[in-house]
Each structure stands twice: as C-alpha cells, then as structure tokens.
Ligand binder design. Structure first.
Ligand SMILES: C[S@@+](CC[C@H](N)C(=O)[O-])C[C@H]1O[C@@H](n2cnc3c(N)ncnc32)[C@H](O)[C@@H]1O
Length: 231
C-alpha cells in the first residue's frame, strides 16, 4: 500500500510537489523544532556539496539518475557550467514534465539497466534515488552507475538511524509520508561500496542525531573495465 503511495506521488511533477509541500512539509516543520536540529550543520553540508559540484561538474558531461522533474538540469548548467546533461527517470510522467519545463535531454529508463555504453558520461549523479530502490537491488544500481561513468559517481542521499529507539519513529515517518524503502545508516553506506569494490573518494554528512535533513553525500570512482558480470 505504501509503495503504491510512493509510485503515485512520483507519477508527475504535480503529485511530487503536492507530496513535498502538503505531506512532508508539515513533518519537516515539526522535525525542525527538535533540539538536535542544527541549521548550521545543514548549511555546512550545502556548502560542501557546492564545493563538490564545483570540483567535478564544470565542463563535464553529466548523467542524473532519478532526475524527477529535472530541477537540477538548469542549475547544473547555469551555476556549475556542465557541458551536457541527460536526466533519467523511470516515471514517464516525470520525464514528460521535465521535458516540458527544461531544454535538456530526459530519458525514460530504469536505473538498473541504463541504455548507455560503458563510460558514456564524465559524472553520474543521483539525488534521493536510492531510498526508492529495493535494498537488495541497490548494489546492482551502483554498479550500473559505475559502468557508465568515466570520472566519478556522486550520490546524495538520506541516511537512517542505527538500531535503537529513533529508528522506529523515523521508519514510521518515511513509510507513511514517503512510502519509500529502508535508509542505509552511516556505517552501511561505505560497506556497500566496499562490498562491490568501488572506492569512495569523499563522504560527508549532516549530523548523526538530527531527524530533519539526515543527508549524506559521497563521491566514488568508476569501476575500471566496466561491471563485474558476477556482481
Ligand atoms: C525522491 S525523487 C528525487 C527527484 C530528484 N532527484 C530531486 O532531488 O528532486 C526520486 C526519483 O527517482 C525515480 N526513480 C525511482 N526508482 C527509479 C528507477 N529504478 N530508475 C530510475 N528512476 C527511478 C522516481 O521516479 C523519482 O522521480
């Protein structure tokens, strides 16, 4: 049932924005009132993300996976000087809405099976895609990203709580409000990369205890010689 909610709210830009404003918005306002939320930690994260984009994006060909309504296409080009941009989303409605709004390439495809040859893009980026992918298939998606990347993978995501009390209210929040899957913890993220032999170059995150904006950003190297057929 909650998975269907996830699918419904990713069917078009209109549904996506409805969910952001009217469902997640109120949860976020409450979470921002908790004593652990630190606006400075969030601002610092955004600054480090900006530095990361400035390091990797200028002059690069960029593929964005799970691009949704395509918000980042114009920002990547105008602010970070990307050479080319292609957005991929498996929601036909999102791709249709992105195409109607921005003059970039948007392709309807699945992050697990990308219709591009090995090393087609300098940078392969995704933001908030992985918590919508079934955990068992996430390594496959990471390997697929690494296959089509020439220089780097950049992944922006949310992270979950370690086992303990807070894991449960957080689980209830993302299941009910978002309909999405399990979020890897700060310990699990690097383990996943290690398990498929992708080397992490950089990792930073907001704060371990915060409820709002539990954000992590990772930069990884592509796989030399393409994907391991066994993995
Ligand atoms: C939370 S939205 C993020 C959208 C955008 N990146 C942003 O930050 O606003 C996740 C997006 O991933 C897409 N998505 C989910 N599973 C996918 C898959 N297997 N392949 C490609 N896109 C997928 C959804 O359709 C949705 O647009």
């Amino acid at each position: 049932m909650f998975k269907r909610w996830d699918e419904l709210t990713h069917r078009s830009r209109k549904w996506y924005e409805f969910r952001q404003h009217y469902i997640m918005g109120p949860f976020k306002k409450i979470a921002a009132l908790t004593p652990w939320y630190d606006q400075n930690a969030y601002a610092e994260f955004l600054q480090r993300r900006d530095e990361t984009f400035r390091e990797w994006l200028p002059g690069s060909s960029v593929l964005e996976l799970g691009c949704g309504p395509g918000y980042l296409s114009a920002i990547f080009s105008a602010t970070y000087g990307t050479k080319t941009y292609v957005g991929v989303d498996y929601s036909l409605g999102m791709v249709r809405d992105a195409r109607s709004q921005y003059f970039f390439d948007f392709v309807n495809a699945d992050a697990f099976y990308l219709p591009f040859p090995d090393k087609s893009f300098d940078v392969v980026f995704s933001a908030y895609l992985f918590h919508h992918l079934p955990p068992k298939k996430r390594s496959l998606a990471l390997q697929e990203q690494a296959r089509v990347a020439r220089r780097a993978l950049i992944i922006e995501e949310t992270f979950g709580f370690e086992p303990g009390f807070w894991r449960w209210p957080y689980w209830a929040y993302y299941t009910l409000a978002d309909g999405s899957f399990y979020r890897y913890t700060l310990k699990e993220w690097p383990e996943i990369f290690r398990s498929i032999n992708i080397r992490l170059k950089k990792l930073f995150f907001t704060q371990e205890r915060t409820i709002l904006h539990r954000l992590i950003c990772m930069v990884a190297e592509p796989i030399e010689g393409g994907r391991d057929p066994v993995g």
